[in-house]
Every structure is written in structure tokens, then in C-alpha cells.
Design a protein around this ligand. Sequence first.
Ligand code: KG4
Ligand code: ZN
Length: 346
Amino acid sequence: MPLLAIETTCDETAAAVLTRDRQVLSSVVASQEKLHARWRGVVPEVASRAHVERIIPVIDEALSRAGTGRADVEAVAVAVRPGLVGSLLVGLAAGKGIAAALGVPIVGYDHLAAHLYACRIAHGAALTYPCVGLVASGGHTSLFLVHGPLDLERLGGTIDDAAGEAFDKAASLLGLGYPGGPEIERAAAGGDPRAQRLPRPLANDHGRLDMSFSGLKTALRYLVQPPGAAADRPRPQGRELADLAASFQRAVVDSILAKVELAIERSGCDAVAVGGGVAANTLLRDDLEALARRRGLRVFIPPRSLCTDNAVMGAIAWERLERGDNDGLTLDVAPGTDRSALHRRR
Ligand code: KG4
Ligand code: ZN
């Protein structure tokens, strides 16, 4: 009997039906990209309203694709943190309604731990613990020492913008669309990553595992719109655009890689698990593979469809259900609690 997992932390409305042996019976993701594109970023109120419209059709679609009736659902899992409060509440309300109606357990799970669990779904038991975990998404960029699927210790991360957020803002500065990561990646093809000197803030600070992306974004802004330049200065095009996008992408990836390497050195781990939307980036994936080869490490990166938000990674909830957990109907959301993990044992 399967688990129904629900994910509404940000701007994807997603549901998946997952068996106890971590098989994916169905996965439905309704993206809100088009709704947010004109603002080039997620508008929280728009996101939660769209979740309200979509959540039941998305769940029904996931059940029907899995060939599972509602009555067959054995348990419900909901991503309850971190995320946008209005978005989280929609998934939680839907999950509670179904769990209450069916009289089945409901468990909450941590979205960041789930991003890393996508590696477990994709690579199975080959991913062993402890390992270093990197989550790079639109809302978060954090490094963890991962003691187990539910046991994450935060080592560091961005002190300002998330890497995905930096991609989104850079794309906007360059006149590209939303979400910015794939747009920058496309625009960077054929560009020279050394064409522009852009900063890698904190990358050479070997004393800390923190990262920073906001100064990089500002540096790009000054290249695109130098101080004193006419406000109607045309946006970069052609070769100039490709070089700027490639240089920016290179700087973000270098900044992340420097801290992954430091986390490896400090922790003594020989494995890295990677998750989050930015992990869909080809340069980051290739460079992580190259780092792994160079240092004799194992690197685990999910397929792209499991990097961006989805409910398949809600299979992490089996780890709680298997130990008998049931949060019950008092389960609540915890929007801003990204600095530690929900399930960390004390
Ligand atoms: O994990 P995710 O789907 O949502 C959050 O939890 O935030 O990540 C979305 C972020 C966006 O900022 C998007 O621009 C970025 O992931 N992203 C990428 C790529 N695909 C998505 N960044 C760089 N390269 C990509 N190919
Ligand atoms: Zn995410």
C-alpha cells in the first residue's frame, strides 16, 4: 500500500505516490513558472492562491496515474518546512484532510533533507552515510554533514542570496526569462567564462563554510548598467550576453565548489550528495564529477527532474513511518526554520 507525498513549499504544486520499497508509482508537478515569470521571481500570495486551485487536481492526477484509489493510501506525507508559509499551509491542509478522512498516519518532512534524499531514490544504498550534503536551490544554499537521511547537521551556507536566487536575479539583469538558472545556462553556451572578472566572495576564506552571492550579483549589475550610464542603455546581446552569462555561471559554480571541497576536507567524508534546482546545472554537475575524480570521492546527483522541486523526494517520509512516527492532525508548518533539520536526533 503506497504513500501519498505532497509538496507545496514554494511555487510547484506536486504530489507523488510511492511504495514502501521506494518505487515511484506516479509523480505530478504543476509548475507555476508562467504565473511568476512577469515578476521574475516568486510572488508568495500568487503562489499560495495557485496552490489552492491546483492541489486537489494534482493529488487526484497522481492517484489516477498510479492506479491507486484514495482508499488505498496507507499514509500521507507533507513537506512542512522550510518554505513560504502560505504555500506550505495549502499542502498541509490537503494532507490533513486526506489523512483524517482515511484514518491513516500523516508525517511532515523537511524539504532540504528531502532534496538530499533524492540521491537515495536515484542511487539507492550506494549512497552511504556520513556524507557531505549540498542543497542549492532558489531559496537555500547550504552544506550539511549528513549522518543519515533524517539526521542533518548544518555546516554552513549562503549568508545572503541563495545560488538559485542569484541566477534568477542575474537573468533579470541580463533581460532573460524566469527561472533564471536554465536561461543563464542556455545563454552561456558558447560564451567565454573568463571574459569578465567577477568576484567569488568568501571562496578563498578557508576559515568558514559560508558563501555569498549578493556581491556577485551587484558586480554583474555594474557591468550591465555602469554607474552614470543612460537608463535606457540596451541590454547585452549576442557575444557580450554569452560572455556575461558564462562568466556569471562560472563564478557561482566556483564559489560553491570551493566550499564543497572545504567541507570534504574538514569532515573527512569521501562522498557528496547534491540536491536542489541548481544541481540541474550542467557546469556544476560536470565540475562536481571532476572534483570527485580528482579527489577520489563518490558524488551522488539525482537526475534533473529530481533536482527541481517534486514530491518523489517525499519518499523520505518512509524513513519516519518505518520507525512508527505519526505527527497526527496537530502537525504544523515551520516556514523559516532552515538552519537545522526537522528530524535531527538530539
Ligand atoms: O529546488 P527548486 O526547484 O526550488 C526551491 O526549493 O527553491 O530550485 C529552483 C531554483 C531556481 O532559482 C532556478 O533558477 C534554479 O533552481 N535552477 C537552476 C537550473 N535549473 C533550475 N540554476 C542553474 N542551472 C539550472 N539548470
Ligand atoms: Zn526545493
